[in-house]
Design a protein around this ligand. Structure first.
Ligand code: ZN
Length: 259
């Protein structure tokens, strides 16, 4: 879909390697991924394999940019250090009817923390959302969207306890630095877009346009997730599928629309 949007608007398609989590990503996987994507028919004009005006295209090589952004957010008072474990957060925000799929809203336990009070403990940096504010944006595919801060999503992590930037921060900084004009991604990230709009605002940056697509599901209606190994491009290719047949099949299985 991103490729079609870029072509239709005479845009440039960029391949960005989101390898912040260096323990999970190795260089050999990157060249394999690139080969699989090219095989599938993606044709990007900028990326880790071909360079471009906004290199580097590996997020692991862009930490200086993310750290500078965190520093600005700290100076502006937008973030606070959080010492909660996952279990702390689950326990503190347990709603009687919350299902496994429902997002846990951070209860704000550490909002008044100061970094100087935290000694010899790991902590993450969390972004403080403006409780009760409605974040709206016009999505190119899904139309007008509205999410209420503190209700639909809570304070979110920008820098993890293991000293790694979170997806939200890296994504916003790269989209801004790389001059991205339209972000095309799955509808499961609509609420993340509301978070990112707050980040753009706090950093004094202009958000791009957004276009969220229906997710592709497998035969049982499960989301075709990135780490669903059995359905990776590589294994589909090895099973003898062709890119054309895969594209046709996936278009048919795009369900759920903008929800
Ligand atoms: Zn906390």
């Amino acid at each position: 879909m991103a490729q079609e949007r870029a072509r239709a608007n005479a845009g440039t398609l960029i391949l960005r390697n989101e390898d912040i989590d260096s323990t999970r990503f190795k260089l050999e996987f990157v060249s394999q991924m690139i080969e699989d994507l090219r095989w599938f028919g993606f044709d990007w004009q900028e990326g880790p394999d071909c360079g471009g005006s906004f290199a580097p295209y590996n997020q692991s090589e862009r930490f200086v940019l993310y750290r500078a952004a965190l520093e600005r957010l700290r100076e502006g008072g937008f973030v606070y250090p959080c010492t909660c474990s996952r279990k702390d957060i689950r326990d503190a925000s347990r709603a009687p009817n919350a299902g496994d799929d429902e997002e846990v809203i951070y209860p704000g336990t550490c909002r008044s923390n100061r970094q100087s009070q935290i000694v010899n403990r790991k902590f993450s940096w969390r972004f403080r959302v403006p409780d009760g504010e409605t974040i709206s944006f016009m999505d190119g595919n899904c139309g007008e969207q509205q999410f209420v801060a503190g209700k639909d999503f809570g304070d979110f992590v920008l820098w993890r306890g293991d000293d790694v930037p979170a997806y939200q921060l890296a994504c916003v900084m790269d989209d801004a630095a790389m001059g991205i004009t339209e972000v095309v991604r799955g509808a499961d990230l609509l609420v993340s877009t509301a978070r990112q709009i707050l980040l753009y605002r706090a950093l004094g940056l202009t958000p791009p346009e957004f276009f969220h697509c229906a997710l592709v599901r497998d035969e049982k209606g499960r989301r075709l997730a990135k780490r669903h190994d059995a359905l990776s491009l590589r294994s589909l290719r090895e099973q003898g599928h062709t890119p054309e047949a895969l594209r046709r099949g996936w278009l048919k299985r795009q369900i759920g629309g903008c929800h």
